[in-house]
Ligand binder design. Sequence first.
Ligand SMILES: *Cc1c(COP(=O)(O)O)cnc(C)c1O
Length: 425
Amino acid sequence: MTAKTLRISAQALLYLGNCSAKRVAHYGRPALERSPPVRLYYESAKSARDSSGSARTVDLRSDTVTKPGPAMRQAMAIAEVGDDVFGEDPTVNDLQRRAADIFGMEAALFVPSGTMSNLIAVMVHCRERGDELIVGDLSHLHVYEQGGSAQLAGVHSTTVTNLPDGTFDLGQLESKIRHGYPDAHYPRSRLVCVENTHNILGGRVLPLSFLQELRCVADRYSLAVHMDGARVMNAAVALGVSPPAILRHCHTVSVCLSKGLGAPVGTVLGGPQDFIQRAVRARKALGGGMRQAGILAAAGRIALTDMVDRLEEDHRHAKIFAQALLECDPPLFQVDMAAVETNIVRFRLRDPLLTPTEFCERMAAVAEDEARALGQGVRVLMFPHVGASIRAVWNLGVTEEDTQSAILKLRYVIQQYAKERHRAC
Ligand SMILES: *Cc1c(COP(=O)(O)O)cnc(C)c1O
């Protein structure tokens, strides 16, 4: 990111912060999801890097910030390896076999990232020039992957409107299918992509009934269904079902090992045997053929086999925090408890004078008398998010005690803010 674009995004945020008419317009609008994403979303917070003495840091920016623990590092150190481009890395092969079993799919492929995994899926499903994919307008694949499916795969996308629960209207989906094909005017609808859990919409779990009905529509029109299941293990845990109970409705799935599951790197792409054979070729063309990747797969194997059950903890901590938001006095926060299904909490501020950016800055800063008030300085890191909301994400680096500290900090921040407002009046 250049200095210029940084300045522009900072200005955009300042604009939101200074124009009260704009703020009031944002406040209380129900369909806030439709406003443009906040740019800071994927920038690292500066405050995460500077240390401030003995303050406790509670990092809720993302579930990607986790670091591998001793067991994972040990497994990486002793992993058996080989040249995976020759198919000779035993640890990678074992991870892929286990992943396929866990997903209830024929085969799986270890790839460097979720972004590459989704792109490979698009490339393999949409092989003919003029193929098109249908995707939710607030999906990661559409919003946060630089348009890779157009840029690199040459595949056109059309969108359906994501509803607040991460689903979309199946009537709208049907209307987006190119019924006119093979008339020369139309691309050919080939693929529909869903996201589970839904990231931008706050970790929402797609209902099994939706997936089942979606698959019926897809089958009727010979569309493939790909699930961006970066956090599908969170969905399985939240629903209390096995992953295949979800994934049987999809042809292929992409599962991140480096989100809540805590591996340092990697995603697994699952699907039928012939799909995975083609995926190996696409991965190589994209520069994702890795050699002694068993070092990474060893961490991924632990992520997939040992780390799924603990996601429950993240979900519990997220709910504790959301409940505390709701009970805050003065009632500054707006949060839909029913929407807090997994490890992500999205909330809004009811005071139009306090912007999400300023609130996040106050949560991340350690005030001078804070240690006296709280017993310890606490910096809580989270990001302003889509639709004038704020997003907080629980992960294995955040304990229940950290969550309680974050709640204390929250109360401290709003009390300080209320005092300042009172003085200003
Ligand atoms: C993180 C994420 C991805 C991309 O994964 P990377 O490994 O960061 O490329 C894709 N989809 C969803 C829903 C995600 O949350």
